[in-house]
Design a protein around this ligand. Structure first.
Ligand code: SAM
Length: 329
């Protein structure tokens, strides 16, 4: 019997498994990471193509079944099974990842893979169709969202294959798609917290103009608080420049690399909402507000909307804010 809670939907169509493996472009020297091998239908084909398969599987019953399937075959020495939750497992080196995953871990798994070092060549992953379409969306597409931009910051993503429910046993409720994820090399360097804070604000109301988003009182007061903290620290820092015993930890505000993990929810919380939240427009004109609007004007962003901004435009806008001393973390 299969565990629904573990997202156990076994691929039963051998032609589809062949097609996924074929599109993966596996080399005979590749170390392949498979996530959620289940009963091993995909694993078998991967073993035929690559040098080695490392498979991470949560369910001990599946692990046993998998080991039983390949023991006493020529494959057994090239298969390593790790029992555990892939999200809590330290991943080994791999060249390529091929997986039909449980859909509930789509988002954290994607970012776990993309933050893995050294980075791999590519990942070929089955996702729920809508999640897949979010990953590959382009500016202006209905599903273009924070998840899209965060993923495309780290990788090039393309859609490979549409897969109907009936290719699985038991069939899931939703259709699926196979996607190819290729980490960018070199990486685009951003300060994680800064970038994340910035995108959350931009996509808070993705169909509103950036002008109206950044005129919201709540946004302005958050940014102004950050701004004042930084100004105060800069003054302190200058004052104590030659005082080595300074008790302040300035590194907190620097280019720190702590907290690389990124939580990205894909629950569509970025849909346009028509309710007035009383917070929406105008505050009294302030000097700081003028500064923020000045940045938007400088880059000609005031009338633009996040739903149509390219990755490069987001990067550019954040750099303009930072240049003006405005920070999001
Ligand atoms: N790869 C198989 C196939 O295509 O037929 C099975 C795919 S099934 C959609 C997902 C598999 O992932 C199940 O075997 C399930 O036990 C396993 N799984 C679920 N959560 C997991 C987790 N957090 N870490 C590792 N494996 C997990």
């Amino acid at each position: 019997s299969f565990h629904k809670s573990k997202g156990q939907h076994i691929l039963k169509n051998p032609m589809l498994v062949d097609s996924i493996v074929q599109k993966s472009g596996i080399k005979s020297t590749d170390v392949i990471l498979e996530i959620g091998p289940g009963t091993g239908n995909l694993t078998k084909k991967l073993l035929e193509c690559g040098k080695m398969v490392i498979a991470v599987e949560l369910d001990p019953r599946m692990v046993l079944e998998l080991q039983r399937r390949f023991q006493d075959t020529p494959y057994s020495s090239r298969l390593k099974v790790i029992q555990g939750d892939v999200l809590k497992t330290e991943l080994p080196y791999f060249d390529i990842c091929v997986a039909n995953i449980p859909y509930q871990i789509s988002s954290p798994l994607t970012f776990k893979l993309l933050n893995h070092q050294p980075s791999f060549r590519c990942a070929i992953i089955m996702f729920q169709r809508e999640f897949a379409m979010r990953l590959v969306a382009q500016p202006g597409d209905k599903l273009y969202c924070r998840l899209t931009v965060n993923t495309q910051l780290l990788a090039r993503v393309s859609h490979l294959l549409k897969v109907g429910k009936n290719n699985f046993r038991p069939p899931p409720k939703v259709d699926s798609s196979v996607v190819r994820i290729e980490p960018r090399k070199p990486r685009i360097e951003v300060k994680q917290k800064e970038w994340d804070g910035f995108l959350r604000i931009c996509f808070n109301r993705k169909n509103k103009t950036l002008g109206s988003i950044f005129r919201q009182k709540s946004v302005l007061s958050l940014l102004e608080k950050n701004y004042k903290t930084l100004c105060a620290l800069n003054i302190l820092q200058q004052g104590s420049a030659d005082n080595e015993d300074s008790a302040f930890d300035y590194s907190r505000f620097g280019n720190s690399n702590e907290d690389q993990t990124m939580e990205v929810d894909d629950d569509g919380d970025d849909e346009e909402m028509d309710v007035e939240d009383g917070d929406a427009e105008e505050g009294e004109a302030s000097e700081f507000k003028g500064k923020v609007m000045g940045v938007l004007k400088e880059g000609d962003f005031e009338e633009k909307r996040s739903s149509k901004l390219t990755l490069q435009e987001f990067l550019y806008l954040l750099s303009l804010f930072n240049k003006a001393g405005i920070h999001f973390s």
